[in-house]
Design a protein around this ligand. Sequence first.
Ligand code: ATP
Ligand code: MG
Length: 427
Amino acid sequence: MFRTCTTQDAKNFDGKEVKVCGWVHDIRVLGRIAFIILRDRYGFAQLTLIKSIIGKENFKKYTKLTRESVICARGKVQLTEQAKLGFEILPEEINVLSVASAPLPLGVADKVQADMETRIENRFLDLRKPEVLAVFRVRSALLQGMRDTLIAHKFIEVHTPKIVATATEGGTELFPVKYFEKDAYLNQSPQLYKQILMGAGFDRVFEIAPAFRAEEHNTTRHLNEFISIDAELSFANDEDAMQILEEAIQNAIRYAVEREGDALELLGMKWEVPEIPFRRVTYDEALELLSGEVDMDWGEDFSTEALKVLGEKINDFYYITRWPLETKPFYVMPDGDKALAFDLMYRDKELSSGAQRNHNYESLVQNMRAKGLNPDNFEFYLNAFRYGMPPHAGWGLGLERLVMIITGVKNIRECVIFPRDRTRLVP
Ligand code: ATP
Ligand code: MG
């Protein structure tokens, strides 16, 4: 057995022998006594080395270990007020499992953060920092909260193709790939497939999978590959979809707070589980709120500036509902010159877009043409509307946007282990 416990559990073994494994975070030598701070995913342990006990040779060997080397220590646990962590381990034996080269390209114990490029270049080291790991602990809890909510509401988890022949919404944000002798693309969104599944009678589906967007711009809230949480439900309207979404967000935050509270604390974030329903603001009301401060015409999408002002006025989660039809994709359900569509916002950030969908074949074809799309390219999709399609609604949410909001990190790249942006393809 490599280890008998983690650094977190070690303090429960006062007076007993344990084996702990991890990385050498720091070493301090004070004459005949030395401290090795051992780090694992769960925290830290102080190994107190006493020269007279461990032997002169060993003392020299262990105190010369390079930072970030991997070791395993066997020794007695002792609860003590003197140690910062409230306990220490007095090793009798240390196994050196892997020696780290020096100097490190990125200091794990350093208080100051390296720049983003250096961090991503050396991500395996960067991720060893407890506050960097904390983002992914919170991410995992949020994801679980979302998934459990959808499962509890009888959604079936599905996976749809990521290599596709046509764009979901047309446009240029597509990565072409060679598919033997055919041209293909990486999918921007599972939208069309999850709608087909409504036609297939699945009733409620969700998918958590990568979405690819060849967006050329470099922003702190866009990635070229992100994880999209998509849900679609039958015999439902926009309001039904919003209710599922806000409950999922509420549970996601509950999971993060309850399961990863100390990770949130490391990140300096305090969250209360939000109350639902979230505020609903129509597009028209939002324009009203902005009037006098931001100049914008009816029918325009909100600019970054407009969202900033709106975010200052509504300092919370809220929905913007009933958008002008022209701002939304062809598949949304029209209601006059409006769409039964919504965006979920947190302050100035868009978290999710959703809508009741247009399930009428003729009007769908017409709207497609109006948006300059050729219905012939969407036959595989449109066929599902010709033989019995229930009314349905749904939404898509970018997981990294949620992680950004909840962890408070400023750059979306920090929410992905290996981000893909305009220039980065490695690691
Ligand atoms: P934005 O206006 O913020 O660029 P969008 O309206 O183009 O987003 P949608 O097509 O509505 O995006 O996608 C649904 C959700 O997927 C968004 O609300 C967002 O959370 C997420 N998302 C979209 N594009 C990206 C991206 N490039 N990187 C990260 N997340 C994204
Ligand atoms: Mg959107």
